[in-house]
Design a protein. Structure first.
Length: 251
């Protein structure tokens, strides 16, 4: 609830996927109203308000986002979660592929943030879902890493600009999380058998001995969105990777 006693409202992009769907559940379990956006129709059993078939990677989306935000009305948190990946060597990546990844993962959060600001209440928060690939990456992930690095940089810039309006901006950087996107990525790299081996290797390399779950990332996002829990936190990056980045690459 807000100070005035009204229910807090969160907007979550990419709400149909693993982390997005977990966010919707986490916010609603904490008493928030949630409006989800995705480029697909509402999945079966999906709670909350739903605004499907909005492809955030398309340049003409700004008008649709503006209309969507106007329909939602004032809200208290924006979670920029929608993303795509491209497991492909840099030298094999086309101009169009590069542009598509950057449009969805970096330009879309910029547009969503810009259009949301007039409707965000003082004390609101924006949480950008970046990735550990913004800090340390792998071969064959150039477009994805570049887009997530750009999102971290934008997070800091937006925090400076929006702080005087009472809006906090932070980023969560997940490591390997058990989502459809991760599984599709590892299969693309190594085939079905190689994909399972890659998942096992990712788990083995984590100090915790496993990959993360979407609900664990959603908890971190909810923490940063909730001004009662993180009201003095802005411009920060919260790494949620099971400790992977703590290890020296030379080990």
């Amino acid at each position: 609830m807000t100070a005035s006693g009204t229910t807090r409202v969160a907007v979550v992009t990419g709400a149909a996927g693993g982390i997005g769907r977990a966010c919707v559940a986490a916010f609603m379990e904490s008493g928030w109203d949630v409006a989800g956006i995705d480029r697909v129709d509402r999945p079966a059993g999906m709670p909350g308000r739903w605004y499907g078939r909005i492809d955030l990677g398309v340049r003409a989306t700004a008008d649709r986002l503006r209309a969507f935000f106007d329909e939602v009305g004032q809200f208290d948190a924006l979670v920029n979660n929608a993303a795509i990946t491209l497991p492909k060597p840099l030298v094999e990546t086309s101009d169009d592929e590069w542009a598509t990844v950057l449009a969805t993962n970096a330009a879309a959060p910029f547009v969503a943030t810009r259009e949301a600001v007039p409707l965000l209440r003082p004390g609101s928060a924006i949480v950008n879902v970046s990735s550990v690939h913004a800090l340390a990456t792998s071969a064959g992930m150039a477009a994805y890493a570049a887009s997530k690095g750009a999102l971290v940089a934008m997070t800091r810039a937006a925090a400076l600009e929006l702080g005087p309006s009472g809006i906090r901006v932070n980023a969560v950087l997940p490591g390997a999380v058990d989502t459809t996107m991760l599984r599709d990525d590892v299969v693309a790299r190594g085939g079905e058998t190689g994909g399972e081996q890659r998942l096992a290797e990712l788990a083995r390399r984590s100090p915790l001995g496993r990959i993360g779950q979407p609900e664990e990332i959603a908890s971190a996002i909810l923490f940063l969105a909730d001004g009662e829990r993180s009201g003095y936190v802005t411009g920060q990056t919260l790494v949620v990777d099971g400790g992977v980045l703590a290890r020296l690459a030379s080990e």
